[in-house]
Design a protein around this ligand. Sequence first.
Ligand code: IMP
Length: 240
Amino acid sequence: MNTMATPGTEKITIVLATGNPDKVREMRPLLEHVSPLVEVACLRDLGAEIEVEETEKTLEGNALLKARAIFRHLSGRLGYMIALADDTGLEVAALDGAPGVYSARFAPMPDGMAPAYEDNVRYLLERMQGITDRAASFRTVIAMKGRIPSRNGDFSFERTSEGSVKGTIDLERKGTEGFGYDPVFVVDGRGRTYAEMGIAEKNTLSHRALAVKQAVADLKIIFQTHDLPAKLSTDTHEPR
Ligand code: IMP
């Protein structure tokens, strides 16, 4: 399937504002059914090379920063689009909510090198040594910035949605699926780590899935409220 949206196509493109293929794999199937008018593309599908530095101090701030930057970057190229960005943090109670917004950059590294997933997991387990309170939660904030057609002309909007899941940090890694801290995050009520679940099961309950489902519900309301035509005609949306 050609997911590349060019001016004149009849779709609204939801652009996943991430270069992380693990996240794309999780989010794409949840978003594909939002409307027949929608196609889902990631930055790589669009050949868009843009890195947005996460400089805000909150998940919401960073998600909005990314959604706005990607929207700006692609706005002239895509007629109707929704830039969708997520920011996720693991919040560990005994560490006063760390690593939180700094989850990607938790482990100290030499010379400003970026830690790999494994570096962060190892550092987390070290920091948790001897700590009996293992409670933690994963939280995702999704921000969307979009422009869609409506009966009264184009409609622009911004929305955020959130999902969180409670769990505990295991004493050791378990499972081989997923990414990031998945091997050590045991989901409350399941007794298994995210890494012991396949993507399909993770997507029924995860922090990111809950946030995406809320975003989908919000989009459906926006589409209904703005009386989105059942089919876009090619002459109603020009590139801006
Ligand atoms: P980001 O800033 O949203 O990319 O997420 C920060 C870090 O949190 C990532 O580098 C991962 O290490 C971790 N992370 C994000 N989402 C997940 C997840 O679903 N499972 C496990 N770790 C995650």
